[in-house]
Design a protein around this ligand. Sequence first.
Ligand SMILES: NC(=O)c1ccc[n+]([C@@H]2O[C@H](COP(=O)([O-])OP(=O)(O)OC[C@H]3O[C@@H](n4cnc5c(N)ncnc54)[C@H](OP(=O)(O)O)[C@@H]3O)[C@@H](O)[C@H]2O)c1
Length: 267
Amino acid sequence: MANKIKNKNEWAVVTGASKGLGYCYCEELLKLGYNIIAVARDTTSLNILHEKYPNQDIKMLNYDLSDSNNCYQLFDDVKSENITLLINNAGYGVWGYFSASNLEQEMNIIDLNIKALHILTKLFVQHFIDQNNGRILNIGSLAAFTPAPVFASYYASKAYVWSLGVAINTELKKTKSSVRVITLCPGPLKTDFWNRSSNQKDAKYHSTIKVMKTTTYARKSLKRGLKTKRKNYIITGRVNKLVKILTKFAPQSCVLSSVYNYQKKRK
Ligand SMILES: NC(=O)c1ccc[n+]([C@@H]2O[C@H](COP(=O)([O-])OP(=O)(O)OC[C@H]3O[C@@H](n4cnc5c(N)ncnc54)[C@H](OP(=O)(O)O)[C@@H]3O)[C@@H](O)[C@H]2O)c1
């Protein structure tokens, strides 16, 4: 049956759009009437959404964003469209003891989780300030709030994402800009992230807490991320909020031991 959603004539750029959380954000944005520019190394999975939402446009751009040149190229490709939203979502981790984990992969997550996000945030913040309209949602993680033995570089990369975003958003508010950079901090989600991050086909997925469905997280976090005027970052879900409070008030040695025990179990 033809979809009756009204096209907003606004474009949203979503990185890491081919699966997991990014794919869910694309579908939620299409339901809200956005046109989508979907970016990943392989975007063929987006064809299904094309058929499901015929009234909206979906442009698919195959870029490896861990190459900085592709970030600049992406901006050049899309800047003439009426873009009002960027979701910097592409990211992964390198699981394992630091003494044994792969240095090349760790440099690659710095290129993707930190450098690509930083470059795109800079280019789009400037563009959005010029057009006096626009919002960036950077996908951080609860991982931003504590160091993590056995998953060190990933958690450190998310601490960067959170710190950068909160600082920029504060600048924007202080200078009375309408532009916002909001950091969304998911807790664990069942996606391919765990396989890629541990170089396994069926990574053991340990969670002592009930995990929110990825589609539910995408819908709820997007709603809040698009709406908030005052908040710098958003944690969605009661359990995730409780985890954040614990990382703040529990003694750091307890937090580090718990994270160590949680992360070391993946194999
Ligand atoms: N899953 C969790 O538990 C969890 C928790 C907190 C935060 N997060 C964060 O949520 C975000 C999305 O993760 P996810 O769980 O949805 O993971 P996912 O299912 O593995 O999806 C990752 C997406 O990023 C894309 N991507 C990976 N490397 C890329 C590159 N070099 N250039 C361009 N695109 C690339 C992938 O597409 P291609 O492979 O086609 O490039 C895919 O679309 C990440 O930033 C992650 O850190 C995840």
